[in-house]
Design a protein around this ligand. Structure first.
Ligand code: GCW
Length: 697
């Protein structure tokens, strides 16, 4: 008994529970919620209904400390009723109102039935009820008032999908959270309970699809034995509204089917894909579709046969169409034999194909024109393809943002691009989107994401894909309250750390529009000196173009003219040295070192100042975190403290190495008060990290 009593309070805070801890609330609040929500009516006839009911029971029990009474049919005095017009007689009268919310929408409403207060979680379909239950649990976890509650929600985007860059051998490309969650070896027989917890976490933020395997795809994932394994995962995720998708290798008809070609015009190739689609749907009736990386970074594609990306995408789209599947075709395409500025190549390749794709093709475009940098302008394809549905791909894993050890909340990065104007003052990137794809930061690490703060990025991704208009500060506050404690003395400082963290990383890595300065290959740590090798656009000097006189990539009409790919008003602003936002200055302009910045300092002084500022920002995060000592459980507090120490060391390394390098180029003295890097440049250049994570086996 004594032991049992203990487990309620001494919770193992190892991060596994994510934002679904359902830890006991402060007693008065717990008692109030329990009184209001003691008699629950929840149907239990379908797997989704069962999931919703179970989650509700688990959440209410954990948060209030007492189990609610669960009924399947109207109780005499219900206090919480969940369901659809089909599953609940108490909700049936709302049918018309609910239909307006669409397939995945829901309603939370405090109302009166027979003179008693009743809370409704109502939706047109079961999945909306599950989403509504998670919304209600979030309100309780954050201590919200239920008085006069009235919430109506529908997702703004149809596709809210994770992309796992997981290989069949369990290695995760650009993964910093351990091995792949998918244990292909023990599937389909063994369903690790973790698969269900993964699905719960996703459903709690509205994620409704998952691409199981790496876009650098292995044809084997389409072989019958792997399809059987994927089908088991699909069965596990289905009660949570999550569809399974697969990345496919364009040359699979050759590797798997033994054909001589993968040419989209070859009838045998067409038949092969049709049969493959039939085979998949026989096993996974609600299969989502294919994700394809073609003719990019060595992957096969239609251009190998002189065909366009549209022909390649349409080949697969035709095979999936009879089953209702989609093709997500990636626009991350650039070629080593094309000398044009890499930032321009995707637009050049795809903009002219607008209208050439089948209706079930969706173009998946990275948020910026290069590659998940700490800061990029929005991709010029957004707003440029009005006849093609677009999905925006962002990285949740932090390949270029310090891996899992740097505390960097990506909400502000996502928000910045979603709210960018593609033209004029009204059209935003968010409005151009049919969906969002997030490169997952999930692995077998006990925390799921490699640190205690990285799940915040998974969380924010889902919340923003559901509704890109939400404030990322509010999302951070929800996450912090659920993950650590709803106490404002905990939430506020943590939100402060999170909100400043992305700008800190920009400052100590790539300030003022600099980009792609990370070390070669693994991208761990600074490498502004990286030059030579297989291709110019895999070096740093290609991007920063620093010399004795100045620094930055001239993408104006005098340079690569990448600005010309934006709508005229955007192009005019980015292309004008006087009007370009300073955070993007060196992305678009090559600027003399003595250029006057808004601060009144020279560009050189500003650059060095930003590097040092980034380091100070990490020190500030450390101080804030230290002040939370007694308020956050010791286990998690200690790990975050240790990780911040790593982050500070690496931020200082970034600052020192970058200052040493750029000073060797500019030949300028350090501004007053700036300390010289402790080592000569060569010392930083010689550092080697052959075993950095995410880039090998
Ligand atoms: O950012 C680069 C990564 C590659 C990745 C590629 C892509 C999956 O360094 O690891 O490959 O982008 O997005 O295709």
């Amino acid at each position: 008994m004594a032991l049992l009593a203990c487990t309620g309070t001494v919770r193992a805070e190892d991060g596994y529970a994510l934002w679904m801890r359902y830890a006991p609330l402060e007693p008065a609040l717990a008692a109030d919620y329990h009184t209001r929500l003691a008699e629950v009516v929840a149907p239990d006839q379908t797997p989704i209904q069962h999931a919703a009911r179970e989650e509700l029971e688990r959440g209410l029990t954990g948060l209030t400390g007492s189990a609610p009474r669960m009924h399947v049919a109207p109780a005499i005095n219900p206090s919480l009723v969940i369901g659809t017009p089909q599953s609940s007689t108490l909700i049936a009268p709302l049918r018309q109102e609910l239909d307006a919310l669409g397939d995945e929408g829901y309603l939370l409403r405090q109302t009166r039935i027979d003179g008693r207060d009743v809370l409704l979680v109502a939706a047109p379909r079961d999945i909306g009820v599950l989403y509504g239950v998670f919304h209600l649990l979030r309100l309780l976890q954050t201590g919200a008032s239920l008085d006069a509650l009235e919430v109506r929600e529908s997702p703004r985007m149809r596709l809210r999908v994770l992309n796992h860059w997981d290989n069949l051998d369990g290695y995760v490309e650009r993964g910093y959270a351990g091995r792949s969650l998918w244990d292909w070896q023990t599937l389909p027989e063994w369903r690790n309970p973790r698969y269900t917890d993964y699905a719960r976490a996703n459903a709690s933020v509205g994620i409704n699809g998952t691409v199981l395997n790496n876009v650098n795809a292995n044809a084997q994932s389409l072989a019958p034995d792997y399809l059987a394994k994927a089908a088991t995962l699909a069965d596990t995720f289905r009660p949570y509204g999550i569809r399974v998708y697969l990345s496919v290798r364009f040359s699979a008809p050759i590797e798997l089917g033994g054909l001589k070609t993968a040419d989209p015009r070859d009838p045998e190739v067409q038949r092969w894909w049709q049969h493959k689609a039939d085979e998949i749907y026989a096993r996974i009736p609600d299969f989502g579709g294919f994700l394809v990386k073609a003719n990019s970074e060595g992957q096969p594609g239609p251009q190998d046969y002189g065909r366009s990306h549209a022909e390649g995408a349409n080949l697969l789209a035709d095979a999936l169409a009879p089953h209702g599947g989609v093709v997500m075709w990636r626009a991350f395409v650039y070629a080593h034999d094309v000398p044009a500025d890499r930032a321009t190549q995707a637009y050049t390749e795809f903009a002219g194909l607008d209208g050439a794709f089948r209706p079930n093709v969706i173009l998946q475009v990275k948020n910026g024109p290069i590659d998940f940098q700490p800061r990029e302008p929005f991709h010029p394809l957004f707003g440029a393809m009005p006849r093609t549905p677009l999905v925006m791909e962002v990285q949740i894993t932090k390949e270029y943002l310090g891996f899992a050890t740097h505390l960097v909340y990506l909400g502000p990065l996502y928000e910045e691009v979603l709210q960018s104007h593609t033209r004029g003052q009204s059209a935003t990137v968010a409005q151009a989107l049919t969906g969002m794809a997030g490169v997952a930061n999930i692995g077998m690490d006990r925390t799921w994401s490699g640190s205690h703060f990285d799940p915040a990025n998974w969380y924010a991704f889902g919340r923003l894909a559901w509704n890109p208009q939400q404030s990322v500060r509010a999302i951070a506050a929800d996450w912090a309250a659920m993950t650590f404690s709803p106490d404002p003395a905990v939430v506020q400082p943590i939100v402060g750390m999170m909100m400043g963290s992305r700008e800190a990383a920009v400052n100590y890595m790539t300030p003022l529009g600099l980009h792609h300065l990370m070390a070669r290959g693994h991208h761990y740590g600074p490498g502004p000196w990286v030059d030579g090798g297989p291709r110019a656009d895999w070096t740093s000097v290609y991007y920063h173009r620093a010399d004795r006189d100045g620094i930055g990539f001239d993408r104006t009409a005098r340079g690569s003219y990448a600005v010309g790919q934006y709508a005229p008003d955007v192009a005019a602003r980015y292309g004008d040295l006087a009007r370009v936002p300073e955070p993007l200055l060196l992305w678009f302009h090559h600027v003399p070192w003595e250029h006057r910045m808004a601060s009144g300092r020279s560009l050189w002084d500003e650059l060095v100042g930003r590097y040092s500022q980034g380091v100070r920002q990490v020190q500030d995060m450390q101080a804030t975190w230290a002040s939370l000592g007694g308020r956050v459980d010791p286990q998690r507090h200690a790990q975050v403290t240790a990780f911040l120490r790593i982050q500070l060391r690496e931020a200082q390394w970034w600052r020192d190495a970058s200052v040493a390098y750029f000073q060797s180029v500019s030949g300028r003295p350090l501004p007053a008060g700036e300390s010289a890097p402790p080592h000569p440049l060569g010392w930083y250049e010689r550092l080697q990290f052959p075993s950095a994570p995410g880039d090998g086996r």
